[in-house]
Design a protein around this ligand. Structure first.
Ligand SMILES: Nc1ncnc2c1ncn2[C@@H]1O[C@H](COP(=O)(O)OP(=O)(O)OP(=O)(O)O)[C@@H](O)[C@H]1O
Ligand SMILES: O=P(O)(O)O[C@H]1[C@H](OP(=O)(O)O)[C@@H](OP(=O)(O)O)[C@@H](O)[C@@H](O)[C@@H]1OP(=O)(O)O
Ligand SMILES: [Mg+2]
Ligand SMILES: [Mg+2]
Length: 348
């Protein structure tokens, strides 16, 4: 088995040949690529089905011979299909067990992605651990994570815990668990440590980093990287911090707001993170998390050129049906299946 689905030059050529001739389906047996059909079984929440499986995507997919087939959660997975690829985004322990068992039983099916890697992103502490461990600083910039503290119980102890840890205000309070629910996206900004007792653990308290109100959404589909700009929270000045107290809920600012790609911005704020830095970060996270479909939310520390923070990582996010990402995703599904197939062949 090759590591992490990476392939050599010879195999890369075979993949390219198959993609050119569109002979990529191997469902129902994997000795020979034969027809032009790729069957993708999907298990998604109804919210995700609505946002992802849009008519335009389905139509483009059909033209490429890719068929999306719903997985019936009430029936055993092994009785369904055969699938070439299984695409899933559902939370819960039960589903994790179902998909893990299916992966063991059906190694010929390419499952996107392994459930343990996805689970890793369901907790805001473990989600950023790999970025912290990476300690990226030698490659056109520096990438870190904001300092943060996990609070699991007793809100009355928070002011003491914050003082002890030396975290600087203001702090962003985020629910510890990210399970796709609206509640897990309810965030607050805390200006003074005493008001933190109003919050409901379990949560993470993260130092707010001034970033000129611009956030970079870095979308990753296999080896493809697409960066878009979004509006974000404005800087908090020392003067504002001295005057304001309390904890304020804020809306899903980066998700709800329009794209900031065409906005008239200060060049030092608008400039995308350097490409080599993003490539290294994406490659390392792909390897460490074992995931292919995710996005990284990144900010540039205000007043610097190359100091970046990763504040959030999301599995299989919503904007994969953006115009630019649609063909990439479809191409990726085909390529992923072929690489999976090649990985099943014995090595010479
Ligand atoms: N440490 C931070 N410093 C500055 N701003 C932050 C920080 N953390 C979060 N934000 C702001 O809050 C927004 C939401 O935070 P975050 O991305 O962690 O939440 P989320 O609910 O997981 O979002 P998503 O919808 O992307 O999943 C960010 O897009 C950014 O605008
Ligand atoms: O709201 P959208 O549909 O666009 O997608 C959002 C996506 O929801 P979906 O996967 O159910 O679609 C979210 O996933 P959960 O954390 O809630 O699981 C998260 O990834 C957001 O970052 C995405 O927003 P984006 O920043 O990409 O716009
Ligand atoms: Mg985010
Ligand atoms: Mg998130």
């Amino acid at each position: 088995m090759r590591l992490n689905g990476e392939i050599g030059e010879e195999e890369e050529k075979k993949v390219a040949e198959c993609l050119n001739t569109q002979a990529y389906s191997i469902s129902g047996g994997f000795s020979q690529p034969q027809s032009q059909k790729l069957v993708v079984g999907y298990a998604l929440t109804s919210k995700k089905k609505k946002s992802f499986l849009q008519p335009k995507l389905l139509c483009l997919a059909r033209n490429k011979g890719i068929f999306f087939v719903p997985i019936d959660l009430k029936r055993p997975l092994s009785d369904q299909g055969p699938f070439d690829v299984v695409l899933h985004k559902l939370s819960g322990k039960d589903w994790c067990e179902v998909i893990e068992e299916y992966r063991q039983k059906h190694p010929e099916v390419a499952v996107l992605d392994p459930p343990d890697g996805i689970q890793h992103l369901h907790n805001r502490q473990s989600m950023l651990q790999d970025v912290a461990d990476l300690n990226l600083s030698d490659c056109h910039g520096k990438v870190g994570v904001p300092r943060q503290l996990v609070i699991t119980k007793d809100p009355s102890s928070i002011p003491y815990e914050v003082a002890k840890s030396g975290l600087k205000l203001p702090l962003v309070a985020k629910p510890l668990v990210v399970d796709g629910s609206a509640k897990s996206h309810e965030l607050s900004l805390a200006y003074d440590q005493f008001s933190l007792t109003e919050l409901e653990p379990p949560l993470v308290l993260q130092e707010f980093v001034n970033h000129g109100a611009i956030l970079f959404k870095v979308y990753i589909v296999g080896e493809t990287i697409k960066v878009v700009r979004r509006f974000s929270l404005p800087n908090v000045s020392k003067c504002e911090l001295a005057k304001v107290s309390g904890v304020y809920r804020f809306p899903r600012v980066s998700s709800a707001s329009a794209s900031a790609d065409d906005a008239d911005l200060e060049p030092g704020v608008a400039e995308h993170p350097p490409r080599p830095l993003l490539e290294k970060l994406a490659r390392e996270l792909r390897r460490r998390l074992g995931l292919r479909l995710f996005n990284i939310d990144m900010i540039r520390e205000h007043g610097t050129r190359d100091v970046f923070y990763v504040i959030d990582i999301n599995y299989f996010p919503g904007k994969y049906n953006l115009f630019v990402l649609k063909p990439n995703l479809l191409y990726f599904l085909i390529r992923f299946r072929l690489i999976h197939f090649l990985n099943l062949l014995p090595m010479n």
